[in-house]
Ligand binder design. Structure first.
Ligand SMILES: [Zn+2]
Ligand SMILES: [Zn+2]
Length: 226
């Protein structure tokens, strides 16, 4: 059995009674465990400072250890987030401020790569923001948008990338339309039409729209023909 003399209490003890210390030749600390504990208890300020110094001198190591610990304790991390929403919000904000340009660039690339997906997210958010009730999610709208390549009323080719461009919606901009305006936005009550048709239709139901068109033709087109 390897033994060592504690430089604090002077007792000769088994090396198992000493904490490991990689920086020392024999691989264990100078004080025995009991003396070490007592010393730590009596010098909290020194411990705190040493910890601070260590973290400052070994930021990579500390980050790695912290990352590993968090991966090993996913529940703790989740709980902590739930209990500290304000801190999470602040940390997210700080991260965003620090990486603003990078985040913006990544988002821009994503939007350009996923114009239809982005259009779905944006149009739902806009409708909700305006106070409409939307009873479906972006992922439900996506397959419909992918299928709807032309305006459901006038057949104009739709350009889903308009969401990425600045300025007002153009002739080919797609928009969500409630087929029956007295009902909320459900998938079955929704069609995608061009911005111009939507502006013309406004709050009319499709039935009212037909009547409007009929009236228009009767009043003007037929008159011109005769
Ligand atoms: Zn000792
Ligand atoms: Zn149209």
């Amino acid at each position: 059995m390897r033994t060592k003399r504690c430089s604090k209490c002077g007792e000769i003890k088994s090396v198992n009674r000493f904490y490991k210390d990689k920086n020392r030749k024999d691989g264990v600390g100078g004080y025995c465990k009991e003396c070490q504990k007592k010393w730590q208890k009596n010098n909290p300020e020194k411990i705190r400072k040493a910890g601070k110094k260590y973290r400052k001198n070994n930021p990579e190591k500390v980050r790695e250890q912290y990352k590993k610990w968090r991966e090993d304790n996913p529940e703790y991390d989740k709980k902590w987030r739930e209990n500290n929403p304000e801190k999470v919000r602040k940390s997210k904000k700080k991260y965003y401020q620090k990486n603003k340009e990078k985040i913006k660039e990544t988002q821009k690339i994503w939007r350009e790569d996923n114009p239809i997906k982005f259009w779905c997210l944006k149009t739902i958010a806009t409708h909700k923001h305006k106070g409409y009730k939307v009873l479906f999610k972006s992922k439900d709208l996506l397959p419909i948008a992918k299928q709807t390549k032309k305006c459901s009323i006038c057949d104009v080719e739709l350009d889903y990338s308009h969401g990425n461009k600045a300025g007002k919606p153009g002739k080919q901009s797609p928009s969500l339309d409630r087929i029956d305006n007295n009902k909320v936005l459900t998938l079955s009550n929704t069609q995608i039409i061009c911005h111009r048709c939507n502006a013309t239709k406004r709050d009319r139901s499709m039935k009212e729209m037909f009547e409007w068109c009929e009236n228009f033709i009767n009043k003007f087109v037929k008159r011109v023909k005769n």
